[in-house]
Design a protein around this ligand. Structure first.
Ligand SMILES: C[S@@+](CC[C@H](N)C(=O)[O-])C[C@H]1O[C@@H](n2cnc3c(N)ncnc32)[C@H](O)[C@@H]1O
Length: 122
């Protein structure tokens, strides 16, 4: 079981992430991707970036941590989230863009390489 699979891990990350979001990164994405494009956020954590992305794009949030998915779902019960592993990406859906922030360093070199290949071929 990993750090983000525990309630303690989710709570600690919530405190750690206070005041940080992907606003600047998303501004760059908005320059290249048309409004309403479909975007999968891979490993959304608390969903702060998902909320920002949703103002411009048609978003789907995902994570492999049930704790993060449950936390977001509690405040956004209408949101359709995916429980998705960043390495295997095993879902039969395609998106115009996959957005992911502060996630790749959690994967091994091999996992990251596989994840990149899956993003391109799925
Ligand atoms: C540092 S947090 C970043 C969360 C969010 N993207 C943000 O910007 O605040 C890392 C996230 O990666 C997720 N994660 C780690 N390994 C993963 C994997 N193999 N598949 C999917 N998500 C993973 C964790 O559950 C956590 O939500």
């Amino acid at each position: 079981m990993g750090f983000f699979d525990t309630e303690k891990g989710v709570d600690e990350y919530t405190k750690m992430a206070e005041g940080y979001d992907g606003t600047e990164l998303i501004k760059i994405l908005q320059e290249y991707l048309s409004e309403k494009s479909t975007v999968l956020e891979l490993s959304m954590g608390l969903g702060k970036d998902l909320d920002i992305l949703s103002k411009t794009f048609t978003v789907t949030g995902s994570d492999n941590s049930q704790g993060f998915l449950d936390k977001y779902k509690k405040e956004n019960p209408e949101e359709g989230l995916l429980k998705l592993d960043a390495i295997t990406l095993s879902k039969d859906r395609t998106f115009d863009c996959i957005y992911s922030n502060k996630v790749s360093h959690h994967l091994t070199r091999e996992g990251l390489s596989k994840s990149m290949r899956m993003k391109c071929t799925n």
